[in-house]
Design a protein around this ligand. Structure first.
Ligand code: NAP
Length: 288
């Protein structure tokens, strides 16, 4: 492939920082977003073009996605495939199913291009600091060609196997986080009920064996009832649906996944869908 010319689609909590890293690395040509105002604001601030996915496909040889869900990835990939130059590679950082990744790869291969599933972990902080862990599925040569794109915001890039292997790894990641949300929510709700001092509690727990990324980054804010930063629980509900389907097909136990799906559905029905996943603590307090 010639010099990398990158278009970025999906300027949300994660995408806006990732696109900024690509601009600083000298790789970004243009951006697109469902609500055009976000793309226009980013373009004006960073001196790149605001466009539609189809327009980006005509001018870029690498297109990065960080959109919401499966239908978004397939819809945008269809628009790109219809206009793409041969050799165009789509890199998808959204969390979706491995079935969607396989379908999207077929769309791009039919257009003489390729598709990599490349979901990320590390939260909005990881995106801001350029320290994401990226789990990639797809062709090794395609990955090697676009590697400078991922290196612009990765702490680690792991090639997990063929198409969909990145998404399967991410599904496992989300199941682990679901367990952490239950442990953290129940533990911190109990700490509140016992009247423990939040500041001393947090510094003590984060220095011991019970610490975790989530306790360090979201424990104190959960105790303050602040859930406006981070990872929307409605997106986690989508991710756990993927994990539940994989576990059901594999025949492994998914009772914790089922419980978490029900809990997040309850919070969404109460109007908390845009809150961070640490809002699980709401359901763990005595006065819920
Ligand atoms: P977000 O804040 O909701 O952002 C999603 C962005 O994508 C929005 O700007 C949205 O546009 C845009 N978008 C959605 N569908 C689109 C489409 N069809 N065409 C063009 N643009 C579209 O979500 P996020 O937190 O950045 O997460 C994005 C993806 O990364 C999700 O799949 C999520 O599960 C995953 N993820 C998130 C985190 C995290 O900590 N936040 C961590 C790892 C992975 P609008 O402005 O119109 O809404």
């Amino acid at each position: 492939m010639n010099e990398l010319k990158v278009g970025f689609i999906g300027l949300g909590a994660m995408g806006v920082s990732m696109a900024g890293h690509l601009k600083r690395a000298g790789l970004l040509a243009g951006v697109a977003n469902r609500s055009a105002a976000k793309a226009q604001a980013f373009a004006a601030e960073h001196g790149v073009t605001a466009a539609t996915p189809a327009e980006l496909a005509k001018t870029c040889n690498t297109i990065v996605l960080c959109v919401s869900a499966d239908a978004d990835v397939l819809g945008v990939t269809r628009e790109i495939a219809a206009q793409a130059q041969p050799g165009t590679i789509v890199i998808d950082h959204s969390t979706v199913s491995s079935t969607t990744a396989k379908e999207a790869q077929q769309l791009m291969r039919a257009a003489a291009g390729d598709f990599l599933d490349a979901p990320v972990s590390g939260g909005v902080e990881g995106a801001k600091n350029g320290k994401l862990s990226i789990m990639v599925g797809g062709d090794a040569d395609a990955l090697a060609r676009v590697r400078p794109v991922l290196d612009a915001y990765a702490a680690r890039v792991s090639h997990m196997g063929g198409i969909g292997a990145g998404q399967n790894t991410k599904a496992v990641n989300q199941v682990l986080i679901a367990g952490i949300m239950h442990g953290m929510g129940e533990g911190l709700a109990l700490a509140e009920a016992l009247g423990l001092d939040p500041a001393v509690l947090m510094s003590t727990l984060t220095s011991g064996a019970a610490t975790s990324w989530y306790l360090e980054k979201r424990g104190a804010s959960a105790l303050r009832n602040e859930f406006n930063v981070g990872f929307k629980l409605a997106l986690m509900h989508k991710d756990l649906g993927i994990g539940r389907d994989l576990a059901a097909a594999a025949g492994t136990v998914h009772e914790m996944i089922d419980k978490t799906l029900a809990d997040y559905a309850k919070l969404m029905a109460q109007g908390h869908g845009d809150e961070d996943v640490s809002a699980m603590i709401r359901l763990k307090r005595a006065n819920r």
